[in-house]
Design a protein around this ligand. Structure first.
Ligand code: HEM
Length: 153
């Protein structure tokens, strides 16, 4: 684990701020950004989105399956943040996430694409530049998350 204890504190307090938006809203913002910045990811969500479906946030919000999936993604980040100082359980959970995505045939490269997506949503919510210490902590944390998930693939 390459996060310092100060970074863990920053991550947890900033996640509390982000969490005030509600887990499904956080997840929706992430998915919305992912679909717009990396549209090749859209077809993987065929079980929750029809192929012709628009990716405007309002359309995503009105789709109950998308909202349910968005809360799962939000809750998953919540779980990771809670496990940051429990290396063994964190590794297990990230391996599990890797396997979940292998079952859905998601290529590893999209986990690299997810980094900038997640960071831009978080920096917008926190109103912090990417070079702020809190954002550097998120960038490091995503590196840990990405590696852990990819190890499970
Ligand atoms: C940090 C990154 C990510 C996290 C934490 C995450 C988390 C999750 C979670 C918790 C689930 C639900 C698993 C279940 O209960 O069955 C899920 C499902 C899924 N994820 Fe991810 N995910 C991430 C990245 C991605 C990326 C980059 C893609 C696509 C390119 C993706 C595509 C999917 C798909 C297609 C499903 C199944 C949706 C459904 O049919 O309901 N995920 N993800």
């Amino acid at each position: 684990m390459s996060l310092t204890s100060e970074q863990v504190v920053l991550l947890r307090s900033s996640w509390q701020t982000i969490g005030k938006l509600g887990m499904s809203n956080v997840g929706l913002a992430v998915l919305h950004r992912l679909f717009n910045d990396v549209p090749e990811t859209l077809p993987f969500f065929h079980s929750v989105l029809s192929p012709t479906q628009q990716t405007e946030i309002e359309v995503l919000k009105s789709n109950a399956k998308v909202v349910r999936h968005a809360s799962r993604v939000g809750l998953s980040i919540d779980k990771i943040i809670n496990l940051l100082d429990n290396g063994e359980e964190l590794v297990k959970y990230l391996l599990f996430l890797g396997k979940v995505h292998v079952k859905r045939s998601i290529p590893r490269k999209y986990f690299s694409a997810m980094g900038p997506v997640l960071l831009s949503v978080i920096s917008a919510v926190l109103e912090k530049d990417l070079d702020a210490p809190v954002m550097q902590a998120w960038a490091t944390a995503y590196g840990v998350i990405e590696k852990g998930i990819i190890d499970g693939m």
